[in-house]
Design a protein around this ligand. Structure first.
Ligand code: HEM
Length: 145
């Protein structure tokens, strides 16, 4: 499939326009979600937020939701039906500054699991979603006046 991407990309636009979108297997998505969230839970700032919101017993369901979400993003599968914006609005202790460690941990995981071009594709998708979440959660037009 030919896709012209708008906005920041790891490769120049003429390269992304010629390169087919990489594919990701279910096993790769499982590995991404499991590895990343195991690290998130151990992170000194992110971990406590997840433990409070998800709780000790909520993890199997949360992981299943996240796998459906990433299958939607990376495979175009339509099985995720949630609303990340609404969910994050209710997350206690979430701040704009926490998106940087979240993204750093995510990129480090992608680089370990995937070759560089595929890690860049997943990382860019996460960056875009994080940007729209941050805009939705924290952008206040009246503060610009
Ligand atoms: C500072 C960064 C972030 C923190 C601390 C955070 C925290 C959380 C927490 C605590 C939950 C569980 C909420 C609950 O079940 O009550 C959650 C859900 C979720 N998060 Fe994040 N998040 C962050 C960034 C992101 C980003 C950048 C993405 C996507 C690229 C993302 C995707 C999701 C998804 C898909 C869910 C599940 C939503 C649902 O239940 O339908 N999060 N997040």
């Amino acid at each position: 499939m030919i896709q012209i991407r708008v906005g920041p990309t790891a490769a120049p636009h003429y390269v992304t326009a010629m390169t087919p979108e990489p594919t990701f297997t279910d096993a790769e998505i499982d590995a991404l979600v499991e590895t990343f969230y195991a690290r998130v839970r151990r992170h000194h700032r992110l971990g406590p937020i997840f433990e409070q919101a998800v709780g000790e017993h909520g993890w199997p369901e949360h992981m299943a939701t996240l796998k459906r979400f990433w299958a939607g993003v990376l495979q175009g599968a339509g099985t995720y039906k949630g609303s990340p914006m609404a969910v994050h609005q209710r997350v206690e202790g979430l701040t704009e500054g926490l998106f940087t460690p979240w993204l750093n941990l995510f990129h480090a995981t992608c680089v370990e699991l995937f070759d560089a071009p595929r890690a860049a594709v997943v990382g860019q998708k996460a960056e875009r979603i994080a940007r729209s979440l941050k805009l939705g959660l924290y952008f206040r037009p009246e503060a610009m006046a």
